[in-house]
Ligand binder design. Structure first.
Ligand SMILES: [Zn+2]
Ligand SMILES: [Zn+2]
Length: 110
């Protein structure tokens, strides 16, 4: 038994579907918001390629991978939603339209 006797230290878990604070649990025991109570968490693929198993521990849900071991719930969710780094292929058009305001404009003294 290495479970610290501390209740109420459960970290705030956000709803995995909308990232708002979870206020209830789905049928899968996953913390969800009220709106997503009926939603089921889809299978999440681990970085190693195998699927994560959703486990419910004393402190809430977490994931386990046959290859990588246990992962926090949050970490598993991050794998579900690999932060799509918007590869900003922003072709910065050197829009250096130099707006040099010149006071020596001939019309200035018209
Ligand atoms: Zn939600
Ligand atoms: Zn893995």
């Amino acid at each position: 038994m290495h479970i610290p006797k501390k209740y109420g230290v459960s970290k705030r878990t956000n709803c995995p579907f909308c990232d708002r604070p979870a206020t209830t649990h789905s049928a899968q025991e996953v913390p969800v918001c009220r709106l997503h109570k009926e939603r089921e968490l889809e299978e999440i693929k681990c970085v190693c390629g195998s699927f994560l198993a959703l486990e419910i521990g004393a402190y809430g849900p977490y994931f386990s991978c046959v290859n990588c071991g246990n992962l926090s719930f949050k970490k598993g969710l991050e794998m579900r939603n690999p932060q799509v780094k918007s590869q900003d292929t922003v072709e910065k058009k050197s829009n250096a339209a130099e707006m040099t305001v010149r006071s020596d404009d001939p019309r200035f003294f018209d």
